[in-house]
Design a protein around this ligand. Sequence first.
Ligand SMILES: O=c1ccn([C@@H]2O[C@H](COP(=O)(O)OP(=O)(O)O[C@H]3O[C@H](CO)[C@@H](O)[C@H](O)[C@H]3O)[C@@H](O)[C@H]2O)c(=O)[nH]1
Ligand SMILES: [Mn+2]
Length: 803
Amino acid sequence: MANQDHDLPLYEKVWLKRTFQRVIDTLILFLLLLLLNNRVFSSHNFTFPWLLAFICESWFTFTWIVILNTKWSPAVTITHPDRLLQRVQELPPVDLFVTTADPVLESPIITVNTVLSLLALDYPANKLACYVSDDGCSPLTFYALLEASKFAKFWVPFCKKHNVQVRAPFRYFSDVTINNNEDSLEFKQEWLQVKEMYDNLSRTIEEVTHKTTPFQLDGEFAIFSNTEQRNHPSIVKTVKLEDEKVNLPLYEHVTSFVETAKFTYIFPISVPIEVMVLTRLKNKKALIYMTYEQVILENKEGLFDGLPHLIYVSREKRPQYHHNYKAGAMNVLTRVSGLMSNAPFMLNVDCDMVVNNPKIVLHALCIFMDSQKGKDVAFVQCFQQFYDGIKDDPFGNQWVAAFEYIIRGMAGLQGPFYGGTNTFHRRNTIYGLYPHEIETEIKGKLEEDILIQQFGSSKEFINSAAHASGGSVYSANDITPSNFIEAATQVANCDYECGTFWGKKLGWLYGSISEDVPTGLNIQRKGWRSECCTPDPIAFQGCAPRGLLSTVIQQKRWGSGLTVVFFGKHSPLVCMLFGKVQFRAGLSYFWLTNWGLRGAFLVCYVALIAYCMIANTSIFPQGLVLWIAISVFVIYNIHTLSEYLTIGLSITHWWNNQRMCVMRTTTAWFIGFLSAMLKLSRISDTVFEITEKEHTASGADGNNADAGRFTFDESPVFVVGSTILLVHLTAMLIMFLGLQPTPIGNGCGVGELICSTYLVVCYWPYLKGLFIRGKYGIPLSTICMSSVFALVFLHFCTSNIIT
Ligand SMILES: O=c1ccn([C@@H]2O[C@H](COP(=O)(O)OP(=O)(O)O[C@H]3O[C@H](CO)[C@@H](O)[C@H](O)[C@H]3O)[C@@H](O)[C@H]2O)c(=O)[nH]1
Ligand SMILES: [Mn+2]
């Protein structure tokens, strides 16, 4: 290898020039400031509505500054896995985390596909360990994984042999068919065989999932009897050894294992690659532990081309302990994996995020391992992109433009925010280290009692954490996850974290249902950077909510979780003032953390406009200044439209996103904001509601009559939406019928009318929903409630309380 080669970076960062965009952005800002200026200096109408308008408009201008700042210096990263492979002697181990929480909303077949795609990554199998956290404590999920691990023994070699790109079987088989003319006979045969196996697998899993009779909880599954999702009792599991065909050469191995690990019991299955299923034996100690782990697949021989370890983890749940949702699950996975494989890097994906680029680990490592720029990179974030997205994004949940402009923009600053999935982390940063500590082995040298205070009382875990912090890893050959079952059980217990730093200073942070954002901020606060990784083909593909109902659940959660972050200890402002988050990076975090607040301000403004129309007053200026306001509106729309068109999105896509932005801000984010306020004032807590992942194996939305159509239910989100619509319809009616009272000041003008019309046009799906019954219509109860609210508002406006 030429010396020169060594100097080439493993990744490059290229800043994009978007000069024209900057000019227009600045023009809009200039006009907004002009309008604000006009409001302050040339208005003589200092009433309460005026003040409210001034506050809201200042907020909108501030939001625009935040957006402009975020978009200003976009960057892309280009990675060179070929250089990495040439340069490093040995690739580092990587732990893979998958979280699932509900076998109904997240069908096990989805999780299975994600896991299979991870097992088949183009990376030495002995360097990978895949951990599945099941917060649903579901025997179905466990069963599905067991079945999948059998299939994996054929699937993984098939993918590697034929260099398959999409390694989630349901995606592969719906995309790729055999070509009789081009494909070899061997390929065709294998394809058919593997396809049949997959069809069997998915049929078996579907059958078990949809069986109306309860799942037979015997044999290996006895461990699941008497468990509840939120309350797992002590579980003792027995395995009938004689049912399995025993592979003799493995026998020796197994007996020695049973001697060393008293509380575990192994039986091998006769398979080409060693597969072991572990379970705990009945013993006193196990009765105290209320969680269990199963090692499903163990690559004990450390075979390069074998299968990665696959470990099922379901942490203990007790009603008296808060389980902290996904953040809690991630911390358990961090500890369990720390014991079992302790890889210096970990990848975390949601259960629906399948690998789309099998070389993604190499791409991400290019960033971490670059000797110049990689040292202070804490995490590598891949975009969230979606398969089978409904055409033109009717619910605005595919975020294509946001990724292109906002996240790439953040990438040019201190780095993208942590998005909760598709992310590679350094184990060290999760353990709370600062960039400069990485090479000084600080944690490794800490006193044991300090480590116990921070990391909890497991000796084995502290040992492994010290190892990790010191930069040394277990060598790939001593990895035997099953040796650590007992210790892993302990660190997955509810009370393990009591009094420790977990969730407060270490790992995934608790307190917000958008755990990802504060976790990322807490890392960047220490001076770490992050990078985007956007290789071609794209890294992962997930399942975007397919209906309005699940979109609303997601949006409400974000609106609420992000507001909690905004006002919390890890708000961007705090991290900027007291931490090492750079000014512009901190400001860009406002784009994200103020979603809930945006809801509050926009609802205020929308109400104000309706008030003006009903009470016949005006918040908008007349004459030239009104024209400036109208031109801001027009320029803004043309500008965003051109941004969409530039990246190949359609006009419909743009319009769908625009109107969805208005709708979700004034409904879901607003409700999220209210629930965050209740949480912050300790009146009620917020709950992580899981979004449904629909499994459409056929890959088309044609078979789904609901695709893209708005469906409604009794959610308070729709009450807010319908109220806003009814109020504006009434206001327009009053205006057109000439029922307005004598004007206050200039009286209501064209500005208000334009705003109101735009709003009603955005709310068109709601308007239709008012007149349809059934699931496409707004429920009568919701309409009644909204009418009451609208009447109250009307009364309020006409009773001249505020003038
Ligand atoms: O108690 C829980 C709740 C959720 N999850 C898992 O968390 C993931 C994300 O949940 P999902 O319902 O898919 O939420 P989304 O809105 O799709 O997720 C986005 O937003 C979340 C924060 O609100 C992030 O955690 C996610 O990574 C991000 O993709 C899923 O794998 C769940 O199984 C758990 O493990 N335990
Ligand atoms: Mn998701």
